[in-house]
Design a protein around this ligand. Structure first.
Ligand SMILES: [Zn+2]
Length: 228
């Protein structure tokens, strides 16, 4: 907030406080004079600005960031493949991790709509729809269809796609540096109510430059963009 605006607000507040101390009669008399002006709404910056949502060929961007979640789908024919910048980013992260003695593996990357449909239907057949929805996306709702999401694993294959990955040295290092490569851990612990997914320490979403600010905020992508 600017100093000028702040000074203005303090002045308005002082006027309101003094106005409150006058009698009702005085207030009624004054209401057609300057009194009314003091109650004019004060607009403070754009604190209530709505997120900038744009839908391009069925793909939703919020403040320029592609968003897919339980509510926001992708069209079935959206099939961009794993994006070059994502390949570069994880390749560099894995290499830097290797220098620390860490052993990352790429478990999963781009998935088509049809592939996700097959996965989801298999999970529903095995565990039921309610359980499947907690760990698997419905077709058209997987971040893997964006070509911007990857699942990573460690040398210890017993932790693959398991919350046990969160206890590996790989995750311990990755969770605080992934943003330097443009990634965020998308489905955070304790944020299940917002993301709709259980904690997935292995699932990274590439967001590029914005990753650092999102990481520093400690928020989910939905909260950060104001669409939670
Ligand atoms: Zn994933």
């Amino acid at each position: 907030m600017s100093r000028k605006l702040l000074t203005g607000l303090i002045a308005s507040a002082a006027l309101l406080m003094s106005a409150c101390s006058i009698t009702l009669d005085e207030a009624q008399t004054a209401s057609h004079g300057t009194f009314e002006k003091q109650y004019a709404p004060v607009v403070i910056g754009n604190l209530n600005a709505l997120p900038d949502i744009e839908v391009v060929n069925g793909v939703t961007y919020v403040d320029g960031i592609l968003v897919v979640n339980k509510e926001i789908p992708l069209p079935p024919d959206y099939s961009p493949g794993l994006q070059e910048e994502v390949i570069d980013a994880y390749t560099e992260m894995f290499a830097d991790g290797a220098e620390q003695g860490l052993d990352f593996t790429l478990v999963s990357d781009f998935r088509t709509y049809d592939y996700q449909a097959g996965l989801y239907n298999d999970y529903v057949a095995r565990d039921g729809r309610e359980a499947a929805d907690k760990y698997s996306a419905r077709p058209g709702h997987s971040e893997h269809q964006t070509g911007l999401a990857i699942d990573v694993g460690s040398e210890d294959s017993a932790t693959t796609l398991s919350i046990k990955f969160g206890d590996t040295p790989e995750y311990e290092w990755m969770k605080d540096v992934a943003h330097e490569y443009g990634f965020i851990v998308r489905y955070l612990e304790g944020k299940e109510e917002i993301t709709g997914y259980q904690y997935e320490p292995w699932h990274l979403r590439y967001v590029g430059n914005e990753a650092e600010a999102i990481y520093e905020s400690g928020l989910t992508l939905e909260e950060y963009l104001g669409i939670d």
